[in-house]
Ligand binder design. Sequence first.
Ligand code: SF4
Ligand code: SF4
Length: 110
Amino acid sequence: MRLKIDPLKCVRCGLCEVACSLNRDSVLTPMSSSIMLHVDDKANYFGLVLKSGGSCLVLARPEGTSTGQQAGGSGGPGAKPILLREACDFCEGSPRCALICPTLCITVVD
Ligand code: SF4
Ligand code: SF4
């Protein structure tokens, strides 16, 4: 199982982040989720970062999706840097981020 992210479908609602943290920590906050939305309004730019197994990061930006080990941003004051967060465990088989994403930006593929 893996998550496929189509960044051009993202409407930047942030629901994936809070769904992840709610499932993981029973807290509604984007500060520790395995998926992180980055929005820069001034630059009219955004991206999603997913921490998957082995500290691999999936970077989903308007230019395309790539994988790597690059350090991501922290997601705001008080938030853990993405590399220090728990890796995605697919919510033990029922990925909440994909279920809640209103635009099918995140989908599950085998
Ligand atoms: S599948 Fe679950 S653990 Fe993985 S990023 Fe989505 S909500 Fe978080
Ligand atoms: S839930 Fe979907 S549309 Fe909303 S921020 Fe996450 S990926 Fe983007």
